[in-house]
Write a protein of this length. Structure first.
Length: 249
């Protein structure tokens, strides 16, 4: 997701929660980034909410809401995982609240999830930390999900042509608002769009992803959005599609 790039900071699954105070300057007027519950309470969580909202009614990263009763086998059948093919190392260049990164890691892939918005990064880091205290989620992830605070363009550029270049890069740019919508996007999307704005540099990230990836770039798009480029093929989801671009050797 878009946002000003801060200092790079890596957090392996299971790391400590971050100090949200340092990102308060990134919040638009009328927003709060606050912890619900006492520090040290396993049930506490970090949330982003409007100042007029009640505590607990904001948005947070909660990986326990992703239902995978079939475990890794169910995850491997998800459209985002099928679009990645045989890629073993994957960069989620627009990590957001880790929904896609979680599914990919649960399917057995090594995932580096990159988020450049300091506020969204703090939410994701808190959610990942809580997931690693959950026996079921921790086992699903298997230590395969790394969260990084960085600008994905620079991060990918630094690894182009090296042994640490990923097999595949996933992109999920913030969708532009629909001109004619039958219903407003869900509350989470509205708030995140207001917080980080549209991904106006998506074309730059797409180009760098193509340079750095060893095998393919997967672009997640809403069904009714225009293609950023003509894909080699598409994997259809229920409300989104995954455009696949293979590396031309």
């Amino acid at each position: 997701m878009s946002g000003s790039a801060g200092h790079s900071e890596d957090e392996r699954a299971g790391g400590a929660g971050g100090d949200s105070a340092r990102v308060l300057g990134e919040l638009p007027a009328g927003f709060l980034l606050a912890r619900v519950g006492e520090d040290g309470d396993p049930a506490s969580f970090l949330e982003l909410r409007r100042a007029t909202d009640r505590e607990g009614r904001g948005i947070r990263c909660d990986l326990s809401t992703i239902r995978l009763r079939g475990g890794a086998s169910e995850a491997r059948g998800m459209p985002v995982v099928r679009a990645l093919g045989e890629a073993r190392t994957v960069v989620d260049a627009t990590a957001g609240l880790l929904g896609d990164a979680f599914l990919i890691a649960a399917a057995g892939r090594e995932v580096t999830a990159i988020e450049r918005s300091p506020v969204v990064y703090e939410l994701a880091k808190d959610g990942l930390s809580r997931a690693m205290r959950d026996p079921f989620l921790s086992e699903l992830l298997g230590g395969r999900l790394q969260l990084v605070h960085a600008d994905a363009r620079a991060w990918l550029s630094a690894r182009a042509g090296t042994s640490s270049a990923p097999d595949a890069v996933l992109m999920d740019p913030m969708f532009p608002p629909k001109k004619k919508a039958s219903a407003l996007p869900r509350k989470e999307m509205l708030m995140l769009r207001e917080l980080v704005g549209a991904d106006l540099d998506a074309a730059e990230l797409f180009e760098q992803a193509g340079v750095t990836s060893r095998g393919r770039v997967v672009l997640k798009r809403a069904d009714d959005t225009h293609e950023l480029a003509a894909p080699d093929w598409t994997v259809k989801g229920t409300t989104v599609r995954f455009d696949v671009f293979t590396k031309k050797m």
